[in-house]
Design a protein around this ligand. Sequence first.
Ligand code: BMA
Length: 356
Amino acid sequence: MKRLALIVLAIAAFACTEKHIRTISPEADIVMARLQQAAGNNQFFFGQEDFPFYGHSWEYEEGRSDVKEVCGDYPAVLGCDLGHIELGNDKNLDGVPFDVMRKAITDHFRAGGIVTISWHARNPLTSSNAWDVSDNTVVASVLEGGSHYDLFQTWLDKVAVFLDSLRMEDGTRIPVIFRPWHEHTGSWFWWGRKLCSSQEYIALWKMTVDYMRNRGLDNLIIAYSPNYGGLDREAYMERYPGDDYVDLLGLDAYGDGQEFLDMLRNELSMVAQLGKEHKKAIALTECGMGGLGNPLWFTQILLKATEGHPVSYALVWRNAPDYLMPMHIFAPYPGHASEQDFVAFYQDSRTLFLND
Ligand code: BMA
């Protein structure tokens, strides 16, 4: 009897610790292997945020994409954002209906594409947006024991429900590069560097990832993405939650010019070295030049920055409709000055698009 009780206890203890064990689906493993393979060949997948939903001069027209209209193929990586899902809204912070997003994600994966999801969550303490940095107790407030813990659990639940709803007809979950709490080395989001301690940031990260894993989400490839700019190894790793909580080492980097290129190359070689040591793929999880004023940005900056570095993908940000946000663009559209340069970028043997 005593022995039986001990066995039961041992199983219970294992079940408790098991919730923190990383499980990853075969489909997500394939995506990770494909990312590593591309990087090993000195190639990278090109991606864009929100590309199927709208472009420079249009919104919600099935099959359209500014990038496709310029080079004939779609980006290989589709980026989406869950901001406002926490409010129970039907549309995200940029007006994209979550149903439309789900369908686009499914179609993109079915066509062989890769999906990444970020979350510009609103400020749970002040009820303002993700950029409200007026209070530096927000992260503490959502952690266990904090005043907004219960509310925040309901937010995590809404994210988990959406991520779990991304499935193929046979029920298999679609692999997603999930990229929470990004650009935390800057201080423009409520989870940013000056807004919380390292311990608080790491606790927020672990709570988020554990929540998703406890819900059985084995389709997530977790991406860590500090913001570029003056980062050395220590600064990059300062708030690293640990190898069990991260699958991909990212960098978000916006800019143009020689100084930007030199610094980005330095930081990418630092991230590449860390990727080697920690056995993680690396990526430019966000990049671009706001407004795309340099017509040679794609060949002279992005291609040169990634040359010789095992960057698995590079995702540029969204092309917002001009009538909503003038020149909030990161990829060319037909008639844009960088069209030709983008075609050369597309034709370069190192870049991979959806057909690849
Ligand atoms: C920012 C801008 C915002 C947008 C946010 C989330 O960089 O594009 O307009 O709301 O990303 O997509």
